[in-house]
Design a protein around this ligand. Sequence first.
Ligand code: AMP
Ligand code: ZN
Ligand code: ZN
Length: 429
Amino acid sequence: MKIPFRLLLGSLIAFSAGCAHPPATPPSEPAVTTAKASSAPAPTPLLLISIDGYRANYIDRGISPILASLAQQGVHATDGMQPSFPSLTFPNHYTLVTGLRPDHHGIVNNTMSDPALGKFSLSNRDAVSDGRWWAEGTPLWETADQHGLRTATMFWPGSEANIHGKHPDYWMPYDGNVTPQQRVDQVLAWLDLPADQRPTFLTLYFDAVDHAGHTYGPDTPQVDQALKETDAALASLVQGLQKRNLLDRINLIIVADHGMASVPANNSVMLDRIIPLNQVDVVSLGVLAGLNPAKGYDFSRIEAQLEKPQKHMTCWDKSRVPARLAYGSNPRVPQLLCLADVGWRITTTDYVSKKKGKLSLGEHGYDNQAPEMQALFVAHGPAFRQGTTVPSFPNVDVYPLMAHLLGLPAAANDGNYDAVKAMLKPDAQ
Ligand code: AMP
Ligand code: ZN
Ligand code: ZN
């Protein structure tokens, strides 16, 4: 594929082997220097890229030229890809690499609790890196490893955890201070490894678009700036691949975990004005509030109160969540769920005063059918058709597609390869 040169100029931060930001070395794990036992030739490498919070229609803003040109010359789900419910970061990233709905892989929220394991949140590094939270799913890197392929993750939720005794071969503990360019350089450095150490399945993760979307809201110059910066990182990646003559010899899947909706500062449902908060155990707040019974209080009264029609949110006992959300059977899902209407947040008077009114102006986590929650999907490479658009599909299908591309047997999953195989060239199906 040819990326128009004029698009590359100006937006590029040049890659060089001896760059100012040397690629980080994989921490914690000793560098692997021996070849894995496999005599078959390695399949075409696959790089899965996530741009956190890249809403499907951001691409129409005309400020993601590299992404748009990959989309135009590859496969593009123009109406987006449907996230799984809840449309949150950790649940959906784990869905992408397992093909399981959050209810089935156990990462049911960014914030959750488990009777045996305690509390989980994104900022709790011990929990995030504890494989027991992730053990209900089998991530693609684990299956790849079992079949002799090397894997590398330039950040991915789950990659920091020892899941079933394994990490990816190369991985990094999440650090938001690693710049997009350093992330790209690391991926290119992995692709430069000698064949017997080179990963075949890789991930790359960008978070600036999600951060700006939360802080300022999706329709702001700050999000536009983050889109431009992320596209510049993609430009650097594409140029690095071109330089290595790899751009047409690597399959790229570029996705988002969910979209982003604007939430005006005043659009808050105050939970403490509806129920006495000291009578419940609040597991999560935000777009999807989760409540468990608290010792000594009658939870059925709380449930009855909240399950009455509420302004700007809907509450269900976990057994009564609408079937299309595929949510509520996992023991980690709290007993009572309240889902905000798009454009609203569920919070408390205490939280708002602590934040001094400075609330996020963009949110996700909503109903996965909401147009604002639809996520980016672009694919490019030798296995993919060129100049093809596809209708919206659920993100559980990405996993069987990737397993097929790597020639791996898919673990049990909720996806459907047949629904997405038309995006592959006939000889790659
Ligand atoms: P949220 O928007 O609350 O769903 O969370 C998204 C945020 O999670 C991102 O913007 C990152 O700052 C953070 N994040 C992403 N990956 C990781 C990770 N592996 N460990 C901890 N935090 C992460
Ligand atoms: Zn996210
Ligand atoms: Zn987010």
